[in-house]
Structures are given as C-alpha cells and as structure tokens.
Design a protein around this ligand. Sequence first.
Ligand SMILES: Cc1cc2nc3c(=O)[nH]c(=O)nc-3n(C[C@H](O)[C@H](O)[C@H](O)COP(=O)(O)OP(=O)(O)OC[C@H]3O[C@@H](n4cnc5c(N)ncnc54)[C@H](O)[C@@H]3O)c2cc1C
Length: 531
Amino acid sequence: MIHILDIVLPLDRSESDDARKGEVARVLGVSPERVKGLRLRKHSIDARQREVKVQLRLEVAVDEDLPGEVKPVWTAPALAENARRVLIIGSGPAGLFAALKCLEMGAKPIVLERGKDASARRFDLAPILREGRVIPESNYCFGEGGAGTFSDGKLYTRAKKRGPVADVYRVLVAHGAPEKILTDAHPHIGSNLLPNVVKAMRQSVIEHGGEVHFETKVTDLLISGGEIRGVTVADGREFLADATILATGHSARDIYRLLAAKGILMEHKPFAIGFRIEHTQPFIDRQQYHMPEGAPRPELLPAARYRLATKIDDRGVHSFCMCPGGWVVPAATEDGQVVVNGMSLSRRDSPFANSGLVTTIEPEDIAHLIPEHGIMAGIVFQEMIERSAKAAGGNAVLGQVAPAQRAADYLSGKISSDLPETSYFPGVNSAPLHELLSKQITSRMREGMRLFNRQIRNYASSEALLLGFETRTSSPLRIPRDEMTLQHPEIAGLFPCGEGAGYAGGIVSAALDGLKCAEAACGANENGGKI
Ligand SMILES: Cc1cc2nc3c(=O)[nH]c(=O)nc-3n(C[C@H](O)[C@H](O)[C@H](O)COP(=O)(O)OP(=O)(O)OC[C@H]3O[C@@H](n4cnc5c(N)ncnc54)[C@H](O)[C@@H]3O)c2cc1C
C-alpha cells in the first residue's frame, strides 16, 4: 500500500534512511521490514524551538515497491502553418512562461526583449559593479530572464493555488533547475544556476517554433480602432500579431510613459519603498537557530532566513526579499540613480545576510505629486528617491556608491562615524538616511525596526547596516485588464501581464501570471470561461 505521511525528526537524524524508515514504521504500526520504499515529497526545517526539527512529507510503500517516478519534461505539439501569433514584450518570468504556454496551446510566441541574452548580460554586470557604470539596456533588471536572472532565485510565493505553482517548479526543473525545488518548503535556485535555466527555456521556445529577439526594444504600440495590431521597435521594424502580452516589468518606465502619452488607462496602486538591511550571516544564524556565539552552523542547516512584518499607522512595514548568504547589488537602470536589491548563489555562502526593509506607500501618500505628474506620480516619487540616493552616495557621475547608516544611528538620528563591512561591491558612503525620506516614512520605519529588535534581538543594532534605497519592490501603477478576458478594457488584444502591470510580485507569481495571460491570449477565455 502507498501512504503519504508527515513525520518529524531531529536534525541530526533527518537524513538517515534508517531513521526515516524506523519513524514511518512506528507511526504506521508496521515492522520496518515491511517498508519497501520511501520518497521525499516535502522538506522543511522547524527552528522555532531550541532543538531544530525537520518536518518530512514522505511517500511510503508498505509491502510493495514505490511506483517509478517520472522526471519533469517540457514538451509542446508541432506548430501549424497558420498558428495564432502572440507577441510577448519582455522575457522575464512572466514573458518566458507565457511563451512556453503559447506553444503548449498551439500558438506561435514572438518574444521581444530590449536586453541581451543571459551570457552577454552577465558581462554587462561587471561595469556596474566595478566602475558604477550602468548600461541602460543590460543590467540587473533588463535582459534575458528579466529581473529574476541575477537574483536570489527564491521561489516562495504566497499564491494559494499549489497546483499551478508545482507546474512552475516542474517547468524550471525540466529546464535544468535543481530537483530539490520540488520538495523544499523554501525553494531557491541562485544566480549561478538561473542563467542556464532561462537559456534552456529560450532554447525550448525556439526549438518548438517560437521566436526570441534580443536587443529589440519596443518603442510604440500599433493601435487602431480600439485594437492592438502589433508594435514598433527601436530600429523602426514593426512586429504584427493576433495578440500582444505586455510583460515589461516594473523598471520599464519608458513603457509607462508611452502608455500615459497615448492616453491609455492606468491606475495608481500601493507599492513599497525602504532600504536594504545587512547583517553578518552568522549573526542571523545565531538568532534564528538559537546558537551560542562562535558556534559554527551545523552542516545540515541552510543559511538562516527571516521574515518580519507589522502594521504602523495603518501602513505595512516588513522585510522583503530576504537573501541569506547573499550580496546587496546595484539594481539601477540608469546612471543618475542608485537602487539596491539582493541576490545570492545556490550555495548561499556569502558571509552576509541582507533583506529589503520597506513600508507601504498608498496612492494618497503621493497625492501631492498628482496635480503635476498625474498617473506618473508614483514613478516620479521613486525617481526622486533614487536620485537622492545617488546624491547622498557622493554623486559621482559614474558611481553606484550607496548612502548608508548603521541601524542604531538611524534610530537615534546620528550620522555614522564609520560603517561596518558590506557585501555591496560599489561601496557605501555614510549619510543621514533618517533625513532623506519623509518624516512619516522615517517614523514608521523606526517604529517597525524597534519592534523587530524585540523579535530578533539586536536586529537594528549598530552592527546592522542600512543601504539606500530599495525602491523597486513593486509597481506603483496597475495597467487594468478585464477580469474575464484579461485584455485591457480599452484595447482589444492587449494583455497586461506580470509585475510591471501590477499582477505579480516575485518570480513565481510573475510566471503564474504569464501562464494565465498566455491562455487568455491564445483564446481560452473567448467563450466566457474565466481562468
Ligand atoms: C536583484 C533582484 C533580486 C530579486 N530576487 C528575487 C527572488 O529571490 N525571488 C523572487 O521571487 N523575486 C525576486 N526578484 C523580483 C523578481 O525578479 C521579479 O518579481 C520578476 O522578475 C518579475 O517578473 P516579470 O516577468 O513580471 O518582469 P521582469 O522580470 O522585470 O521582466 C521584464 C522584462 O521586460 C523587458 N523589457 C522592458 N521594457 C521592454 C521594452 N520596451 N521592450 C522589450 N523588452 C522590454 C526587460 O528587459 C525585462 O527582461 C528580484 C529582483 C531583483 C532585481
């Protein structure tokens, strides 16, 4: 008989087959000899108590063998000559997953990406890191795989529908992601492996009849009679199609400006801003795993993570995109800005832990900018903060030096006389971060940090470094779409998609939205079927 069983083991016995078998036999009330096979289904670490436990979900075969396991593969039928043509603008997770789904549904995806392929893009990160020179079309946000390629590659999502989430993981594994992501409670890929995964996905698109065009920046939408026919790209070429999925991410500010100039409906939405906070990883390990000072982290434990959240004055203050064993990276898309974000490698073995620490900005918080900037007010607000970060970082023409402050000094309103070591390669400059954002934001951030200090002792001590600013957590705008057809309410055939359109926040939710939009663009919803 086959059972699905949850068991809990102490950390040091959790990898032992005998220990697993013994516990399974005990729970089922059978002798260990009758347990013929075990297969891991879910692995999670419970470090809430002093003794760390491991929770395992196992597929257990009693008195019979385990059925064989089918490795995830991705495939699609051959395309018909007259296949529906779907333009996909952007090759981030939303765009790439949309392209694969189009092929599964018999449509031909044509992906247009302003940046370079992942290999060429990797070379363009060196000037940002070493000279502080941002290449506008090829950076941590733009290029093959989008913002997800040189990221932490965390694949956690709060999306409720586990089925489609598991499908996303299987597609990633079919394209070279480690199989562990199918069983880890907090799956993660890492920036060293992600580029090959997105390259393999592109290969699948091309081999199955789709097209992928790099260094092809969309500069205009061809709209007539309330319908989109295609797009124009920077070199003047036109691409025509039956449907267009707009998955350009939240850093494509020229796209928002284009839509605003064309009078296409967009809406303000809440977003978040704040800073990156960096600690040493051993500090976070000690706090989260209840380890004594100086004790090495047991080999079976991954670099510890955390998640903190509270509400102050009716606004959220929370940690965001925590990167254990990671690096703080410059995520600007132009030279005049400084923007920080975080990434890690699959081993998560840098000596630092960083996380976004942000607060919600509601549309009413930027109301003062609306009379002058209208729908672009949220973007203008982000840009002002990014420019102020550049100035406080020293304002070198070529420079990604970030303004920084010890967390304890931020709380007491003092400029730091010196700064702790940081993983941020372009360097940091001591600056009064407590004066650079509005009084309301600073007061919320301070109150939140004082609370977090009680949840993780010394979280906001003088050893913690704040780097400014984290502005690209989410889009301040939503590009509306009909709930049923997923098309823009004013433009037939235009499917706003992913994080930039306001329907996702993170790699997995963007991928899920890509799948959904592709189904709609391929006509799945045309008979009134709601996905
Ligand atoms: C450094 C960093 C680390 C991150 N870490 C994580 C993480 O660990 N886990 C997680 O879930 N999320 C992480 N994120 C966020 C995540 O990457 C995004 O949520 C996700 O990539 C959004 O997917 P998307 O497809 O909607 O948009 P994007 O990934 O932003 O992709 C949009 C694509 O469109 C292209 N594009 C833009 N304009 C045009 C145009 N005019 N013409 C043609 N192409 C265009 C861009 O070049 C880009 O490739 C991280 C982000 C960054 C920057």
